[in-house]
Design a protein around this ligand. Structure first.
Ligand code: MG
Length: 175
């Protein structure tokens, strides 16, 4: 089926994980030196998880809980950057190109700004796009609520996907 004009879809992803002693803090594949890490069945990469849900939402391909259930032993300590690579391939297989990914990560400590360029590069590489199309913005919660008390981390991600007018849809059509 030939599409007569470009389709644009926005996506929204959110994820959160509790902090835990003795766990690594892995964000977009970067192991950040920290006193506590994040708890999870996989590597608890909250940023990658939110990016995946944004892409899957925009492409109407479900969510990471459906693709990578935490009841599956295969996903134990999974490398979320590799899972993101898989999700990006799924969306590309449906003819979608990623225009941009914009992310906020909320974590009280440590300061994440030194790691932002590497995080953006890792997400871009996993998605097969230029780093200038990925923005990661660290925030604190100003001491408020559970995130402000350092009990966890959260990430919010938006993305924009484009399917060009001359692209061929893989079957079945999405909608
Ligand atoms: Mg998660």
């Amino acid at each position: 089926m030939t599409i007569m004009r470009d389709e644009l879809r926005t996506g929204l992803g959110y994820d959160s994980h509790r902090t835990a002693a003795g766990r690594p803090l892995i964000l977009a594949g970067i192991t950040v030196p920290a006193q506590v890490g994040l708890l999870g069945h996989s590597d608890a990469d909250v940023l990658c998880h939110a990016v995946m849900d944004a892409l899957l939402g925009a492409a109407h391909l479900g969510n990471i809980g459906m693709l990578f259930p935490d009841t599956d032993p295969a996903n134990k300590d999974a490398d979320s950057l590799m899972l993101l690579r898989h999700v990006a391939a799924l969306t590309a297989g449906e003819g979608w190109e990623i225009e941009n990914i914009d992310a906020v990560i909320i974590l009280e400590q440590p300061k994440l700004s030194p790691y932002v360029p590497a995080m953006e590069q890792n997400i871009a590489t996993a998605c097969g796009i230029e780093p200038c199309r990925v923005s990661v913005k660290p925030k604190t919660n100003e001491g408020m609520d559970a995130l402000g008390r350092g009990e966890g981390a959260a990430a919010l991600v938006s993305c924009l996907l484009r399917r060009r007018a001359n692209s061929l849809r893989c079957s079945p059509p999405l909608c």
